[in-house]
Design a protein around this ligand. Structure first.
Ligand SMILES: [Zn+2]
Length: 211
């Protein structure tokens, strides 16, 4: 039984970086790919913003129940190796296991159509009774792996699928256009923390009011 079947819609858009490159010498921002920070430096406001604030679980955290997430990939999808970036930045806490049929709990990656300037979307989230993510479906647009148009598309969408819902503005992978392709340290720390505690944890005592 699904608690909810929702079509929350996240997408990676082509940025306008190329346009402005005519005028600027460069427009990427350096990220810090050095991995998660120690537990003492968790930015709970950021965890709240990235994972809790969209409100999918009544103010509690949202994640897959298992740290090894099943992934079903439609034939023809390329560049799947990108998703291991989440295993690397979480120091192995988040793992992926490819399966040959649609999992009852896991991520589905398929080829499809997307709107103009949209590289891919992540939608069709299903949540369990405990607020955990049961399924997330990633739809890759026709240009998802065209390096002059879309980059790091699968890595970005898997970020949404595992629980980073809004976009960041830190120059990293979870910016609306995928940034520089690196998971910034605060985001890495946030998602590692989410997968280090049980689904549906109440972070209210740790988050300052007003955020
Ligand atoms: Zn996105």
């Amino acid at each position: 039984m699904w608690k909810q079947t929702e079509k929350f819609y996240y997408q990676l858009k082509k940025g306008w970086c190329l346009f402005f490159l005519i005028f600027l010498t460069g427009c990427t921002t350096e990220g810090d790919p050095s991995g998660p920070a120690p537990l003492g430096s968790i930015d709970f406001q950021l965890v709240n913003y990235l994972n809790v604030s969209p409100g999918f679980n009544n103010g509690k955290t949202v994640r897959f129940r298992n740290n090894t997430i099943q992934v079903f990939v439609e034939e023809g999808v390329e560049d799947l190796g990108q998703l291991t970036i989440w295993t690397v930045v979480s120091n192995g806490i988040i793992q992926f296991n490819f399966v040959n049929m649609v999992p009852s709990e896991g991520i589905i990656i398929r080829l499809g159509q997307t709107a103009p300037f949209v590289c891919a979307t992540t939608s069709m989230f299903r949540f369990g009774e405990d607020g955990s993510i049961r399924q997330a479906t990633i739809t890759l647009g026709p240009l998802y792996n065209n390096p002059s148009f879309c980059r790091n598309t699968i890595a970005h969408e898997v970020g949404h699928a595992i629980g980073i819902f809004p976009h960041t503005v830190d120059g990293g992978l979870m910016d609306f256009d995928g940034g520089n392709g690196q998971v910034t340290e605060p985001v890495a720390t946030a998602i590692t923390y989410i997968y280090s505690i049980p689904p549906s944890t109440d972070l209210t005592p740790l988050v300052r009011p007003g955020f």
